[in-house]
Write a protein that binds this ligand. Structure first.
Ligand code: XLS
Ligand code: NI
Ligand code: NI
Length: 438
């Protein structure tokens, strides 16, 4: 039985197609820079936004109309599994991602919650086997339940810390059972509201303790997923410990965790931190820590995580540029951590939204490939820093120069210093031409 009977299988029809149920740019088998689009992009659907979110906002109840709305919690969970695999098939989406509580309802006790999870995980496994669809990552939701009001790994309650640890342990077992390629840690409430009642040092030490325990347990059970931390600067807490890529990398370094973790960089979290998406990707990349991305976009007029489907071609192009420069995402992928607007309440909107996101990333990939192939930005950057290629510049870069040798150079260098224009306007015009040509 189909849960989305009004939606056909989405095919690639190419630029100019007027069919809303067709890809205009995402052509999975098309080869770009030696790899298929499917291999480059590794798209994933986010369970929480697509099957669980109902369109509530602080002023109103849910608006989404879904065929599983009236079912009991366990039947609802089962219907969502069906919906997931039908949507993935129809969109030709290879991966999905979930939090434990997205797929199975919490029980009255921890062991009841585990039992519910086991039932649904078995069902997911069956469906993955019969459809060949895969799990990009799973994670534990350590932020929704009131027990996490003070945090999970950074809580003031040792009992809550233990509860969170048990939940992560289960998450790692589930990830192993389903062959997850990655396991994500987003520190939902790992942060604080006020220093007036906070022991920051203890909280950070405990966060590191929890992550070390997770690394050890994954090793113990032979779960070889890539571990990912997802930075976010605020929301829900005022001061989130994993503020942005740079802060998170420094935390990992301080606590001897860097070799075990990469970053899951989310576009809307980058802009909340006052950075562009490409800045965060670049910081992760040059530190060898770009693992995966949460593809969405924020609204520059609003100050929160609106998690919109990505349609901004400048952002997708520059994001894909960073990913190509990274040599790809490895075991990571492009997860649509994005939700339809409250007014887009029909099932069809779920498909239109993913088509828009997938096409925007496919087009971004094509534009980025052109930037790489034609060395558009590489040649600009190379030229701009060419003074470090020879003479005194080469001495600085090679480590030979000292303050003394540089003083001697500067004192005898009587020619006026010659500077070049940064040419940003011209570069942006060139970028426009590339984006509109693909
Ligand atoms: C919330 C986060 C969350 C993570 C997974 O803002 O983006 O959805 O991706 O816990
Ligand atoms: Ni996310
Ligand atoms: Ni987010």
């Amino acid at each position: 039985m189909s849960l989305f009977p009004n939606v056909p299988k989405i095919q690639y029809e190419g630029r100019g197609s007027k069919n809303p149920f067709a890809f205009k740019h995402y052509n999975p088998q098309e080869v770009v820079l030696g790899k298929t689009m499917e291999e480059h992009l590794r798209f994933a659907v986010a369970y929480w936004h697509t099957y669980v979110a109902s369109g509530t906002d602080p002023f109103g109840v849910g608006t989404a109309v879904r065929s599983w709305d009236s079912l009991s919690p366990m039947d609802k969970a089962k219907a969502r599994v069906e919906a997931n695999f039908e949507l993935m098939e129809k969109l030709n989406m290879p991966y999905y991602c979930f939090h434990d509580v997205d797929v199975a309802p919490e029980g009255a006790t921890l062991s009841e919650s585990f039992k519910n999870l086991d039932t649904i995980v078995a069902l997911l496994k069956e469906n993955m086997k019969s459809t060949g669809r895969k799990l990009l990552w799973n994670t534990a939701n350590l932020f929704t339940n009131p027990r996490y009001m003070h945090g999970a790994a950074t809580t003031c309650s040792a009992d809550v810390f233990a509860y969170a640890a048990a939940t992560i342990k289960k998450g790692l077992e589930v990830g192993k059972e389903l062959g997850a390629e990655n396991y994500v840690f987003w520190g939902g409430r790992e942060g604080y509201e006020s220093l007036l009642n906070t022991d920051m040092k203890l909280e950070l030490d405990n966060l590191a303790r929890m992550l070390h325990m997770a690394v050890d347990y994954a090793k113990e059970i032979g779960f070889d997923a890539q571990f990912l931390i997802e930075p976010k600067p605020k929301e829900p807490t005022k001061h989130q410990y994993d503020f942005d890529a740079a802060t998170t990398l420094s935390f990992l370094q301080t606590y001897g965790l860097k070799e075990y973790f990469k970053l899951n960089v989310e576009a809307n979290h980058a802009t909340l931190a006052g950075h562009t998406f490409e800045h965060e990707l670049h910081v992760a990349r040059i530190n060898g820590a770009l693992g995966s991305i949460d593809a969405n976009q924020g609204d520059y007029l609003l100050g929160w995580d609106t998690d919109e489907f990505p349609t901004d071609l400048y952002s997708t192009t520059l994001a894909m540029y960073e990913i190509l420069k990274n040599g790809g995402l490895g075991r990571g992928g492009v997860n649509f951590d994005a939700k339809v607007r409250r007014t887009s309440f029909t099932d069809e909107d779920l498909f239109f939204a993913h088509i828009a996101g997938m096409d925007s990333f496919a087009r971004g990939l094509k534009a980025a490939a052109k930037l790489v192939e034609e060395k558009v930005l590489d040649s600009i950057v190379e030229q701009r820093y060419s003074s470090f290629k020879e003479g005194i510049g080469a001495e600085i870069v090679s480590g030979k120069a000292t303050l003394k040798s540089l003083e001697a150079y500067a004192l005898q260098n009587n020619k006026p210093i010659k500077l070049e224009s940064g040419r940003l306007e011209q570069i942006r015009a060139t970028l426009n031409e590339v984006i509109f040509s693909v």
